[in-house]
Write a protein that binds this ligand. Sequence first.
Ligand SMILES: C[S@@+](CC[C@H](N)C(=O)[O-])C[C@H]1O[C@@H](n2cnc3c(N)ncnc32)[C@H](O)[C@@H]1O
Length: 328
Amino acid sequence: MLKDKARNRAYKQAIEDNKDIFEGKVILDVGAGTGILSVFAAQAGARKVFAVEASDIYKIAEEVIKENNFEDTIQVIHDRIENVTLPGNIKVDIIISEWMGFYLLHEGMLDSVIWARDHFLKSDGLLFPEAATIYSVPCSVPTMYEEWDNVNGISMKSFASKLRTQASQKPDTTFVKPDQILAEPEVVLWIDLREVTVEDLHRIKVQHIAVANKQGKYQGICIWFTCTFPSSSTEPVILSTDPDEEETHWKQTTVVLPNEADVQESEPIAYELVLTRSENNDRHYNIEVIMLDPEEVEHPEYCSCHMTKCILVRAMLEKYENNDVENA
Ligand SMILES: C[S@@+](CC[C@H](N)C(=O)[O-])C[C@H]1O[C@@H](n2cnc3c(N)ncnc32)[C@H](O)[C@@H]1O
C-alpha cells in the first residue's frame, strides 16, 4: 500500500490542499497502519491526531511518528476503534481513513469508519474521503480467452476453459487495459460517507444496459471505484482506480464469464449486478452477475464463484433490440 503512489498522493494532496481545514483541529485516523495519514494531518497543522490501529503495526506507527518529530501531536492508540474511548470523551473535527478494499467493499473496513463517525465525529465534522462510487462495465478478458488460442502454435482452448471455470469461482483482481473496456461505465453505488449506514451496504443491486462503443468480445464485467475528498476551495481530489487512470494496488475486479459473446458497436449489453454481504464473513460480499437472453431465461448458465469465501456468479445473456434500450 505504501508503494501505491497514486493512493499516497491523493491523501497527501487532499490534506495539504486543505491546510485551512486541518489547522488547529482534532483528527481521528481510523486504522492508522504505519501512521502515514496521521503525519500528513500533523504536517497540515492539526492540533491533535489520534492514530487508532488494531494490529501490531501500531509499533511502526510510533517509530514513524517519532522519526518525523510529531510525538507531541500524534497519540497512537493500539486497539480496535470500536473499543476506544478518547480522552475526556472528546469529539473530533475530522476523521481520516484509508478503509477501501478491492471493488471498494471487499475486506474493507467501512463499518468501522461508520462506527467512528457515529461515536466520535462532531455533528459538523468532515470525513476524508467523504464519498465513494463503484462503477461497472462489460469488458474483454483476453488472458482468459484468446491468449490461449495459440500458445507457440499450440491451441490450448480446453485449458483456457478450465481456467475460466476457476476464474469464475474467484473474481479476478488484475489490471484491465482501457482497450478491454467495451462501453461507458455505469454507477453501481454512490456512498455519502456522512450518511451511509451499515444496513445500506447489506445488498446492492443494479440493472444496467450498457451500449457497446466498439465491436469486441464480451467476456466479463469489470468493477472499480473512486473516492472523493472534501475541499474548501480547490477542485476536490479524487482517488480513482479507473483502468484509464494511474495503476493502484486495488487494480480492477473482473467477474469472468464462462462463455464469451461477440458484440457489435452500438449493441446493448444488459446485465444485473448484485453484491450481497456474506453471512459467513461480513467483510466479504457475494457478487452475482446475471445476463439475460430472453430465449434462454428458463435455463440460465450457472456457475458458483468464491472470492476467499462464497461468491456466486450466475451468467446469462440478454440481447435487446435497439428499441428496447431506448424504452428502458
Ligand atoms: C488499509 S490499512 C491503511 C493503513 C494506513 N492508514 C495507510 O493509509 O497506509 C487499514 C488499517 O486499518 C487497521 N484496522 C482495520 N480495522 C480496524 C479497526 N476496527 N480498528 C482499528 N484499526 C483497524 C488495519 O490493521 C490496517 O492497518
